[in-house]
Design a protein around this ligand. Structure first.
Ligand code: DSN
Length: 429
């Protein structure tokens, strides 16, 4: 069986070595800082802490309570929120908690369609289906890649949803929360923002501010533009005591038993680092996305929303039907060491064979890349997808481009050059 252990460790090493030579452009991924990462293998991993700090079912939680209280305080401060709960273990689990707290089976809940960029939580086969709520789809404006406010107002007045979700996985522009807030109030809907993709941009003050624009609750994962561990979070503002209680009890015991203490501790560190570096990081991430989009556009790629500057977030969307479609293009890019994902774009009908690829700049920004590297990445796309260069030769240039970027930026351990963020070290069994 030691052979199996060696095989796992070997596969993880090969994965790490591959990513060291790659340009990862997945919009939902990021790298964890050294101070956060070391907590993932701390003893917190081995423990149980059901309940809330100061009121636990298990003994031995004094230091866990200290860390969780600090994590909650940092979260409230970073987002200007009066309520925080860091027990959901992922973004989808946080979404389930919101659905459990504020909607009953059969209730209408507002959201965007998957083809317009919504997360799978909104699907019948996802969290919405698990809670058996009835989706009320907003109208979409594909030219502006956002919700059509006028048409959606009418839809909401007619359907009178209990809960209205604002959030996307293809998140190019801020959503019109402020514009729709009066109608939410009129129909008595709770405003809910799934900030998974843009959490770090919001915290850095570079996107929109949903808790001040008309949403009372935010759910999110914590490892995308907020470069934290794989974890979940709930934030709230303006919730009355009864709603806070419902949300807390939905988080536990509703959708978690134990929460993940090691990732919670890592989240506390990531929140503290984002308080210090988040504004600069978010701004550089968005700048890089816009430069990459412009450089691809200039090389003949069909980047969405050219009239609006392509994006105001970390993400850009490219329709690649002329280059072979999302599946073929993302595979060819991967063979050259550029990691992306195929993506549904408005108008697409097949999720298996979508017309687009989604690109994101959180990780390349985190390792210190800037505008000149974004232009170089666009040149590599052009070489591979328009000029017929072989993936293997482009892969050499990708590795060359990546080679100098060996340390993380925007964290307290910046400058610890020896820290290899893709590494796995240790004894062989
Ligand atoms: N599926 C993730 C994404 O890539 O957007 C979000 O959970």
């Amino acid at each position: 069986m030691a052979g199996a252990v060696r095989a796992v460790r070997d596969a993880v090493r090969r994965h790490s070595a591959r990513f060291e030579r790659s340009i990862p452009l997945i919009a939902s991924e990021n790298l964890l800082s050294p101070y956060a990462k070391e907590l993932l293998v701390s003893d917190f991993h081995s423990r149980y802490a059901e309940g809330v700090p100061g009121d636990r079912y298990y003994e031995g939680n004094e230091q866990v309570d200290e860390v969780e209280n600090l994590c909650l305080e940092l979260a409230r401060r970073l987002f200007g929120a009066s309520f925080a709960d860091v027990r959901p273990i992922s973004g989808t689990v946080a979404n389930l908690a919101v659905l459990k707290a504020f909607a009953d089976p059969g209730d209408p809940v507002g959201t965007c369609r998957l083809a317009d960029g919504a997360h799978i939580s909104s699907a019948g086969f996802g969290a919405f289906g698990l809670r058996s709520v009835k989706p009320v789809y907003y109208a979409w404006d594909p030219a502006r890649m956002t919700i059509d406010v006028e048409k959606t107002r009418a839809i909401l007045k007619e359907a009178r949803p209990k809960l209205c979700l604002f959030g996307l996985s293809l998140f190019l522009f801020p959503l019109p929360v402020k514009e729709l807030a009066p109608v939410l109030e009129e129909v008595g809907a709770v405003g809910w923002y799934d900030a998974a993709h843009v959490l770090g941009l919001i915290a850095g003050g570079q996107f929109q501010d949903p808790l001040r624009e008309g949403c009372q609750v935010i759910s999110a994962s914590t490892h995308k533009t907020l470069p934290g561990p794989q974890h979940g979070i709930l934030l709230g503002e303006g919730l009355d005591a009864e709603r806070e209680k419902r949300l807390r009890s939905a988080a536990f015991p509703g959708v978690t038993s134990n929460h993940h203490l090691h990732t919670m501790a890592a989240l506390a560190v990531s929140l503290a680092e984002h308080l210090a570096f988040g504004a600069a990081y978010a701004s550089a991430t968005i700048d890089n996305a816009r430069v990459l989009a412009q450089a691809l556009h200039e090389r003949g790629f069909d980047v969405l929303a050219p009239d609006l500057g392509f994006t105001r977030s970390h993400t850009l969307a490219v329709r690649v039907t002329a280059e072979g479609g999302g599946e073929q293009v993302s595979r060819r890019l991967s063979a050259a060491g550029i990691i992306t994902n195929k993506n549904l774009l408005p108008g697409d009908t097949s999720s298996k064979h979508p017309g687009g690829v989604r690109l994101g700049t959180p990780e390349v920004t985190r390792v210190g890349m800037g505008p000149s590297e974004m232009v170089r990445i666009a040149e590599l796309f052009d070489a591979l997808l328009h000029k017929g260069r072989a993936p293997a030769t482009v892969a050499e240039e990708v590795a060359e481009l990546k080679r100098p970027f060996t340390t993380l930026k925007y964290c307290f351990a910046e400058g610890e050059a020896a820290y290899r963020f893709y590494d796995l070290v240790g004894r062989e069994p």
